[in-house]
Design a protein around this ligand. Structure first.
Ligand SMILES: Nc1ncnc2c1ncn2[C@@H]1O[C@H](COP(=O)(O)OP(=O)(O)OP(=O)(O)O)[C@@H](O)[C@H]1O
Ligand SMILES: [Mg+2]
Length: 261
């Protein structure tokens, strides 16, 4: 890893490298994501013993890289590092309009990226408190989110789309229950729910929630409708006879109204 940067950065990097266990040697990815602030943030997490060792790259997407990590304090971890160096970052401002939690954010790219990490952390926390099956959040610093690892021994659980499920009707039911809990208890709508953002680890586990919105968001119901549609379509194709998206949507909205009375 030759970053050719300051002594300070080299120092952080050497400390981080020492903590690295066997990886898939995805040095290109490391180089792409570890700018100075990210290194600094990662080092802070190491100092605070939230992370002891950093493992391999699990996924390198357009907007974030997910690494495997470990600490004595937290066990096996997933570390999601949002890219700050990528140009053309998807404009996600629509997901925070009207959200009281993020009233005063700055509009530059870096601040926006930091916001996604904190928003994903906060959303995961709400989901956890509402008993929705999602990775337990541990902490976040700048563009880094640390959460429970879904999988074992550095191997992530498969995504729903790659899983051959024996009982699709049952899995469909559990996912719909999670959507319901997310809306009624966590007061959130995922807004990008599909077979790509559900991992299968004994049960379905919902991931990737930086864009999830509060139910008071002006488009919350539209997002919810789309989420339900994607899930019902997927399970229809797997041979599950669903009652149609409208039915599930209605059920959630009616319950929500009842609870507000
Ligand atoms: N908590 C976790 N434990 C284990 N693996 C995880 C965890 N969170 C995410 N992953 C893995 O990393 C991948 C990407 O995560 P996520 O969907 O949150 O990011 P993303 O930015 O949407 O990436 P992409 O653009 O590739 O979808 C997931 O598909 C999954 O394989
Ligand atoms: Mg995703």
């Amino acid at each position: 890893m030759n970053f050719d940067k300051t002594v300070e950065e080299k120092y952080f990097l050497s400390r981080i490298q020492k903590r690295r266990v066997k990886t898939r040697e995805d040095l290109k990815v490391y180089k792409e994501i570890f700018d100075k602030q990210t290194l600094f943030a990662l080092y802070k997490l190491i100092r605070k013993k939230q992370i002891d060792r950093i493992g391999g790259v699990i996924n390198s997407g357009k907007e974030a890289v997910v690494l495997n990590a470990y600490s004595k304090k937290n066990g096996e971890l997933a570390v999601k590092i949002y890219r700050t160096l990528t140009a053309g970052f998807r404009d996600r401002r629509i997901y925070i309009t009207g959200d009281e939690r993020f009233k005063r954010f700055k509009k530059n790219v870096k601040s926006m990226v930091y916001l996604w990490a904190s928003k994903e952390y906060k959303n995961l926390k709400r989901m956890h408190q509402a008993n929705v099956d999602a990775p337990k959040p541990v902490t976040w610093v700048k563009n880094i989110l640390v959460m429970e690892f879904i999988g074992e021994n550095g191997i992530p659980a498969p995504l729903l789309k790659d899983t051959l499920i024996r009982n699709p009707a049952k899995i469909f039911k559990i996912i719909m229950e999670n959507i319901k809990k997310m809306f009624l208890k966590a007061k959130l709508v995922h807004a990008d729910l599909s077979e790509y953002n559900i991992m299968m680890w004994r049960k379905p586990v919902i991931i990737d929630v930086s864009q999830a919105v509060l139910i008071t968001h002006p488009y919350a119901i539209d997002f919810l409708t789309q989420d339900i549609k994607r899930i019902t379509t997927y399970f229809n194709k797997k041979g599950v006879e669903t009652k149609g998206p409208q039915h599930y949507l209605q059920e959630i909205l009616e319950r929500s109204e009842e609870e507000q009375k």
